[in-house]
Design a protein around this ligand. Structure first.
Ligand SMILES: O=c1[nH]c(=O)c2[nH]c(=O)[nH]c2[nH]1
Length: 307
């Protein structure tokens, strides 16, 4: 039976591009997920195996990253218009380009009072929390005598666009990681904290206020820590909570290291001055630890995902 080729399109989907614009020590983020779909005179590619009309999907990916550097990302729409026009006007066989973009919005983390005196500003100029609510979780257990209350959150995404280094680690024959003296540090916080309240109904913590304060201290510690590893940042976040909230004795964090790799733009004659990053989703480093008030026994389960 004869067959014909119907509608077809191709391109690289979900190019995760993060552009940091540095205005002195004030940084701005644009964080996009860009999908390219091209169509045109592509019958031969499908029917005869000739790739003479095929602009590789790999090239469409490189174009997204190179354009982020060359033209910047003013808005998703402007960036999409630029890309679509480029593909259609620069390659004869390409007649139509569809650029789909998801944008993730970030807002600045407000600084603590002590730090604002120190830096003379109300927010940390390179620390961001992704917009959109985290999920708040809690687990309450009662055995007829004692209560155990564990609260927490998941999917709180944060980023420092500077003040993060990672070097001085073990190097064996499988180590290829380059030491980093100025990298992006980003994570999706999953945290649980245990209250020391067990039975006194008169002295119950104010759960709502406690949650807001814990989240605030956690974010401030993330923003204000000059990080030599995510492990060190995690410990600072936990101890800031224990030290500022007397109702909490134990904190556990599970922090995926959301890697941002600098894109090599040299092949296109462009210098990437810590501006354009590829935001990888997997694999990721996973850093987990419990921080305890001195003298207390750990009770938060190690595998928090069941919580
Ligand atoms: O903060 C980090 N901690 C690590 O243990 C680690 N390992 C790695 O490859 N990168 C990083 N970053």
């Amino acid at each position: 039976m004869p067959t014909i080729l119907g509608q077809n399109q191709y391109g690289k989907a979900e190019n995760r591009v993060v552009k940091i614009t540095r205005d002195g020590d004030t940084h701005h983020i644009k964080d996009l997920n860009v999908s390219v779909a091209l169509s045109g005179d592509l019958e031969d590619v499908h029917l005869s195996g000739s790739n003479a009309h095929c602009l590789p999907t790999d090239t469409t990916k490189n174009t997204v990253y190179a354009f982020a550097k060359e033209y910047g990302i003013e808005s998703a729409e402007q960036f999409g218009i630029h890309l679509a026009r480029h593909f259609v006007t620069s390659q004869e066989p390409i007649k139509r380009a569809r650029i789909r973009i998801e944008e993730y919005a970030w807002e600045r983390i407000e600084t603590s009072e002590a730090n604002s005196k120190f830096i003379g500003a109300d927010d940390v100029k390179h620390s961001f929390v992704r917009k959109g609510q985290e999920t708040r979780v809690s687990e309450i257990t009662y055995d007829g005598e004692n209560w155990q209350v564990i609260s927490g959150l998941k999917d709180l995404i944060v980023m420092n666009s500077t003040n993060s280094e990672f070097w001085g680690y073990i190097k064996d024959k499988y180590t290829t990681l380059q030491e980093a003296y100025d990298r992006i540090l980003a994570t999706q916080v999953s945290g649980r904290w245990r209250f020391n309240w067990t039975d006194d109904e008169q002295r119950m913590p104010n759960w709502e206020k406690s949650y807001d304060q814990v989240k605030k201290h956690m974010l401030q510690a993330f923003a204000e820590t000059y990080s030599l590893s995510l492990q060190q940042t995690l410990y600072q976040m936990g101890s800031r909570i224990i030290n500022s909230r007397s109702e909490i004795d134990e904190v556990r964090f599970s922090l995926p290291n959301k890697h941002h790799f600098l894109v090599d733009l040299e092949p296109f004659g462009l210098k990437n001055d810590n501006e354009v990053y590829y935001a990888a989703d997997r694999p990721y480093g996973l850093i987990e630890a419990t921080i305890l008030r001195d003298g207390v026994e750990p009770q938060i389960p190690v595998d928090m995902t069941n919580l």
